[in-house]
Design a binder for this molecule. Sequence first.
Ligand SMILES: Nc1nc2c(c(=O)[nH]1)N[C@H]1C(S)=C(S)[C@@H](COP(=O)(O)O)O[C@H]1N2
Ligand SMILES: [Mo]
Length: 426
Amino acid sequence: MSNPPHLGRGHRTPWRSPLRGPWLTSVFGLVLLVGIPVLFVTGLLSYAAYNPDLSPVNDKTPDKGLLGFYLFSWPTHPSWLYGVNQGVHVTLGIVLVPVLLAKLWSVIPKLFERPAVRSVAHGLERLSLLALVGGGLFEFATGVLNVQLDYVFPGSFYPLHFYGAWIFMAAVVVHVALRFPRMVRALKGRDLRAELRTPVSRTRPEPPDDTGLVSPDPAPPTMSRRGALGMVGAGSAALLVVTAGQSIGGPLRETALLAPHNREPGRGPNGFQINKTAAGVGIRARDMGSDWRLVVRGGDRELVLTRQQVLRLPQHGARLPIACVEGWSTPDQRWEGVRLADLAALVGHRDRPPGVLVESVQRHGSFRTVALRDNQVRDPRSLLALKVNGADLSPDHGYPARIIVPGAPGVQNTKWVGRLSFGETL
Ligand SMILES: Nc1nc2c(c(=O)[nH]1)N[C@H]1C(S)=C(S)[C@@H](COP(=O)(O)O)O[C@H]1N2
Ligand SMILES: [Mo]
């Protein structure tokens, strides 16, 4: 077979790598087939953790409709729940980037297949591939950008990444349904271990077939399949090493070269990761100084407290981490302050306190307000914290007072809190 029909006569393909073929594509495909569902599930869980149905405060996506069918009350136990889920989501997402790119490289000739559409069925299949490739690139790109560039799409990242995930996943399901038997056949066609022992000198193209992946006019090999797999694997391993430390924390944080910010958060009681500094979001000294008041509301009751008065309320402690959507977590810190349930009781919600709308004194930027669910308010470890590790909160960690709730995304731990309105959002 000198010229497969879809290439047209006299057409010399520029895609001549002798490594391309159904086996190599299937190896990358198999890795993604395992990894992408894990990304999808941890992503959906991460979205649920954010309490998006407490609209419109937490989420500006009231139209998620059917796609939000699975949302549930994210638990507060164990306290590391969100950190582990998000660590897996972000780390795995980054580690799979080289595999995704390699898989796309391996199928490039398909992009130039002619005629582009041979029949209705073929057209539909090509359309699903568009959603697959477009959706995949979109999800990986928005995820990496959000983690690396400090929320490039504040507010809109969640709906973009969420809707994108459903479109991508639908395309993945169609693609797997169509290709699974071919993948299994291709994987059985060659022995991985034998392949890993084959040097460049003995590397031969896969036999010509009807997949359109094998070059009809292969160039001499410059790399073995072992080399190609090794390169992608080494890329993933390197990314793992420079990323995972931010989720695992401790001394490993030093190796997290890709962690977006604050690899050296300083020493002392407040020496742990800072997301946004007070100066960075325009908090002025007087917002945190003697002008500061805490307003606590519930129904038609309202209390206005100074920091001294808040300090005279019963103080409780909790050892809790902060885990950000970006994938990093802090180790447990020892927080001290007033239980949210006690503050609810002050304004009349004694037995089964409702959720709360939390507002920061911060006037610009994102994350100024958040809604917490009743199960979060009721957890005795949920605090309006005034201290951490025995010292007053530093300005950057939310002085005079911040929220800390177990098991939740970091974004719910509002800093520089000015007002708590119990039962107001939900
Ligand atoms: N007012 C206010 N609270 C905030 C934020 C913010 O930008 N403004 N960032 C949130 C996010 S996204 C995270 S991950 C945590 C980080 O807390 P830390 O900076 O003390 O580590 O604070 C949360 N609280
Ligand atoms: Mo965050």
